[in-house]
Design a protein around this ligand. Sequence first.
Ligand SMILES: *[C@@H]1O[C@H](CO)[C@@H](O)[C@H](O)[C@H]1NC(C)=O
Ligand SMILES: *[C@@H]1O[C@H](CO)[C@@H](O)[C@H](O)[C@H]1NC(C)=O
Length: 229
Amino acid sequence: MERQIQRFLNKLSFASITIATFTLLFLLLRTPQTCLPPASSSGHLRFPKSTCDSSARHYFPLEKKNQRLWSTRTFQSQVSSYSAFFRSLQSLGLLRNHSRVLCVSAGAGHEVMALTEIGVSDVTGVELVDSPPLVSRADPHNLPFFDDAFDLSFSAHLAEALFPGLFAAEMERTVRRGGACVVAVEECGDEEVKDIVMLFKNSKLLSVQNVTLIGLRMTRIVMKVKSAS
Ligand SMILES: *[C@@H]1O[C@H](CO)[C@@H](O)[C@H](O)[C@H]1NC(C)=O
Ligand SMILES: *[C@@H]1O[C@H](CO)[C@@H](O)[C@H](O)[C@H]1NC(C)=O
């Protein structure tokens, strides 16, 4: 009996190793060797800040797909929820129409659309998986932007980050001195807020508020990036 179990376990681990090997091979083969420049010749470079953008390829079907997605009630209600959220930052004086805003881990781009709708003209959204034209592909832990490139950086997905410290450091690095890092996390108390603020080593806490965002009870944490010491 025991030997049978042993044999079964051996088989199982052999199977896992095989699967892992194939997965690894698949990933290796999938990774592009080179990054070709975007095929767009019309001067309409949507994401010049990213080196590896192949999104322009499927433009037409994509437009249809986006129209379908963007017209769903869920999408629209989430966008208007984000709009209300960002208006509150406008009233704090942290966000203006000409602010350069970065949305990190922006998913399908609800927040990008919301910012655009309330009049912010320079909005960049990034996510591991792109959703053109709202969100381009970039690793939140290694953002392809210069230091101080933005006035405000926002994320509702810091808590899901693989390396929250790195995620926060990158948000901070890309925001100019005096700019703001804003995160929305699952509703939490002072202790958790303190832990989160500590991840932003070069910022000071400006405001904490419990809010309802996309139907969820969340805590909005606003931090101001300190001037260089
Ligand atoms: C910002 O843009 C919105 C929408 O386009 C507009 O209604 C608003 O007046 C603008 N605000 C300023 C201060 O220009
Ligand atoms: C937010 O709600 C939590 C309870 O869920 C509470 O502990 C915390 O004090 C609230 N924060 C603020 C700023 O009101």
